[in-house]
Design a binder for this molecule. Structure first.
Ligand code: ADP
Ligand code: 5GP
Length: 183
């Protein structure tokens, strides 16, 4: 599983990782957040209403779930089971609270924390991505402060400074750990 603050480049790194390691599959999370332009249901996320999310929590459909910036996010058991049943290693891209739940439930999962080279670089990436208004950027930066403190909990930390070097490092960690359990 890959965690780290919003805007650090998790999605970008994972795209590079999937290109280099084609046997990996990305789990599509569920969220109550509104789709951003271009985000398709079932591909970017499974977009759920609050009521539907609640129903699926009660039904035990989630491996983990958490609230992030006022919206709910979670990993569906069905996303993992479908892939792990055919022996495909699965990549999860999740925030820190959910990563802790996965660590507790699946201690063998590979745990990678993606860190920014600096706070300023993280803010610049959030602003540069253009998907969050200034209030949301501030909120995500406040959350990032808490999340950055969790780095030592994770087995691997990759600093995403130069994208190419960070993608190489992530791919090396994952390919080194495959053969065991992936997540
Ligand atoms: P996350 O998935 O962690 O929220 P994204 O992958 O959406 O982050 O990346 C946030 C922004 O930062 C994007 O605009 C992306 O192009 C940019 N970015 C990612 N990695 C780097 C890097 N190493 N250097 C500079 N910009 C980067
Ligand atoms: P965004 O709104 O930018 O797509 O995602 C916000 C945060 O939620 C990111 O840190 C992202 O990694 C995290 N996230 C995405 N999917 C999940 C999930 O299934 N579970 C948890 N716990 N966090 C998730």
């Amino acid at each position: 599983m890959i965690t780290g603050p919003s805007g650090v480049g998790k999605g970008t790194l994972i795209r590079g990782l999937l290109e280099r390691t084609p046997e990996l599959e990305l789990s599509v999370s569920a969220t109550t957040r509104r789709p951003r332009p271009g985000e398709e249901d079932g591909i970017a996320y499974h977009f759920l209403t609050d009521a539907e999310f609640d129903r699926r929590v009660d039904a035990g459909d989630f491996v983990e779930h958490a609230i992030y910036s006022g919206n709910r996010y979670g990993t569906l058991r069905s996303e993992l089971e479908r892939r792990l049943a055919v022996g495909a290693p699965v990549v999860l891209e999740i925030e820190v609270e959910g990563a802790r739940q996965v660590r507790a439930a699946m201690p063998a999962a590979i745990q990678v924390f993606i860190a920014p080279p600096s706070r300023d670089a993280l803010r610049a990436r959030l602003v540069g991505r253009g998907t969050d208004d200034p209030d949301q950027v501030d909120e995500r930066m406040r959350t990032a402060e808490r999340e950055l403190g969790a780095q030592p909990e994770f087995g691997h930390v990759v600093v995403n400074d130069r994208l190419e070097a960070a993608t190489d490092e992530l791919a090396r960690i994952v390919s080194g750990a495959l053969g065991g359990e992936a997540g």
